[in-house]
Structure formats: C-alpha cells, structure tokens
Design a binder for this molecule. Structure first.
Ligand code: UDP
Ligand code: MG
Length: 314
C-alpha cells in the first residue's frame, strides 16, 4: 500500500521555532511506515517565516507551503491545509512543538490498526496552564456542550490525524466562521481520543491573546448553538404572560378598590427591565445577523499570496 501522510503545520510568526520543528519532525518522518509530505501554512507572518519556508521547500520536494496575503487566523490556516492535502491521511499540528511530533507514529498506528477515521488528542495537563486561562477554558467546554448538540472533550485540541473520507466531509461544509473542533465533532466518523501532555514552547510566544480567545469562544458558540436566541425568546414570552397576568390583577383590583394613584416606582423598574431585556435580545440577534452577513458576502476564508510552485518557477 502506497499511502501518503500530509503533515499540516499552521505558522504565524514562527521564525524562532521553525528550525527546531524541522529537527524534531525529520526523524519522525523517517520512522513512519508511509510516505510523508510537510505542508506549512504561513498565516501572513511578518517575520522571516516565509523566507525559511521557501528555503526548506527549495531543498526538499516533499516540503510544500501556502502563504496567505495577511493573517487570517489559525482556523483559516487549518482549512487551507486540509484543502491542499494530497495524502490519503493528514495530521494537524502546531509549529511550536507543543503538540509533540514524536506522538505521530503512535497516532498513525492507532488509526490504521484500530480502523478509525480519526485519532484526536486531548490535553491531560491543564494544571500547567495559568489559573485564569484554565478556568476560562473549562467553562468554555462546559458551556458549548450544554448549549449545542456537539460534545467536546475538555482539553480537546486541534492535534488530530484524519483519513480522506473525513477530510472530504469537513471540506464539504461551506461556512466561513469556522470552529474546527466543533466541525470535527459535527461531521461524525469514528474517532479515537488519546491523552497527551503539551510540551513547553521552546521558543517564540503564544499568538493567542485573551481577547482573541474570547472572540474564538464567541465564534464557537454562535456557530454551533441557537440557545442564546431561544433563551431570549422564552424570556420575552415569559414577560408577556407576566404583564398579562399583572394587567388582569390590576384591573380586578381597580374594580374592587378603585384606583389610588400609586406604584410609579414599580412601573419605572418594569420599564427599565423590559427595555433592558429587549436591548439584550436585539444585541444577540445582531450577533447572529453579523455572522449571516459575513457568510452571505461569500468572501473566501483566506487569500493565497504564494506557494512553493510560484517560488520554484522564479
Ligand atoms: N497560528 C496561526 N495563526 C494565528 C495564530 C496562531 O496559524 O493567527 C498558529 C501558530 O503559529 C501555531 C499554532 O497556530 O503553530 C498555535 O498557536 P500558539 O502556539 O500561539 O497557540 P497556543 O499554543 O498558545 O494555544
Ligand atoms: Mg502553542
């Protein structure tokens, strides 16, 4: 069997870590029982990342790269990687060696011998993270599992190996706002989960600010859940019933005891409460509409500036 494994590596300003990555991945490639190719996705780096990729690709024909015209985010890089995969199997991993390349042979063995469609890795070492980030991320996993039909393992990462049928299934989803962990789960297929410990980043720094993580979580929830919409419609309905009942109560009260003008504070509070809820709901609708707007425009998830083919012809 002549199978090819594509190793997809998203890179955003990783000049410091790339040489270390190459050193780590080379022996692993030699060990694998199949052909391999390296596919780097340069996510609009502003450092020497692209230069390094050009030189790797010019020396070795099994190294390819796709370079974006600007930073489109890791999700876009993953999509580009899957699209460009030539192999019948692919593995996604970070450039920063936090997803240890030494685990790839074991993943490959599980995938082929266990007859799975996918082998996915989850982090078993949350204690290493800061308190704030750890709490935020476990809250996120609980929330998304409660609010949507997808079910993510706490600590699920993008470190994952997949066979061609699953790759094609993922590529058949046309959405622009992509939350890969959700998509991997949504498409189904047989997945084997393995625990792993993330390594320390040997060089460079994390590209995820807290703000970026919050935006990422919002994308995930809005992309996979209608709970916020349903929640506010239910709340609205509840308040309608409440006001009807209250109206009836006041009507009867007036009939029996007359109408001593009182209760302005209550009205004021109700007014504020209701308008608050309405504004909240409008905001939620706005969030969904803005996503619809982006999807409707149908802009590509990323734009390619250069690949190894352009470089070879120069
Ligand atoms: N990355 C990317 N585009 C981005 C941010 C990150 O392609 O906008 C890549 C980055 O180069 C790395 C991987 O995604 O290979 C994970 O990023 P990072 O290590 O910064 O994230 P962390 O490990 O802190 O979650
Ligand atoms: Mg990292």
């Amino acid at each position: 069997m002549n199978s090819l494994l594509t190793i997809i590596v998203p890179c955003f300003n990783e000049e410091e870590v790339l040489p270390l990555f190459i050193d780590a991945i080379t022996p692993v490639r030699a060990k694998l029982p199949c052909e391999t190719e390296l596919l780097f996705i340069d996510d609009g780096s502003s450092d020497r990342t692209l230069e390094l990729l050009r030189s790797y690709a010019s020396k070795d024909s099994s190294v390819r790269y796709v370079s974006f015209s600007r930073n489109f985010g890791k999700e876009a890089a993953i999509l580009a990687g899957l699209k460009e995969t030539k192999g019948d199997t692919c593995v996604l991993l970070d450039a920063d060696l936090q997803h240890p390349p030494t685990l790839i042979p074991e993943m490959y063995r599980e995938l082929t011998e266990g007859n799975y469609d996918s082998v996915a890795m989850y982090r078993d070492d949350r204690k290493k993270e800061g308190f704030f980030r750890r709490t935020f991320s476990s809250m996120f996993f609980k929330l998304i599992n409660k609010m949507s039909k997808i079910n993510l393992i706490n600590g699920a990462t993008d470190f994952r190996m997949m066979k061609r049928p699953m790759i094609n299934a993922i590529l058949s989803l046309p959405e622009h706002n992509r939350f890969s962990k959700g998509i991997f789960n949504w498409v189904g297929f047989n997945t084997k989960w393995l625990p792993f410990e993330t390594a320390e980043r040997p060089a460079g720094e994390s590209k995820w600010s807290f703000g970026k993580l919050v935006a990422y979580s919002m994308d995930a929830i809005l992309g996979f859940s209608e709970v916020p919409l349903k929640f506010f419609s239910k709340l609205g309905f509840f308040f309608c019933i409440m006001s009807f009942v209250l109206g009836l109560v006041f009507f009867v009260k007036t009939l029996i005891w007359g109408d001593p003008v009182a209760g302005f504070p209550t009205q004021f509070i109700m007014l504020l409460l209701l308008s608050g809820i309405m504004l909240c709901f409008l905001g939620v609708i706005g969030l969904y509409i803005s996503r619809i707007y982006v999807e409707l425009k149908g802009r590509p998830a990323y734009l390619v500036k250069e690949t190894e083919k352009d470089n070879n012809s120069k």
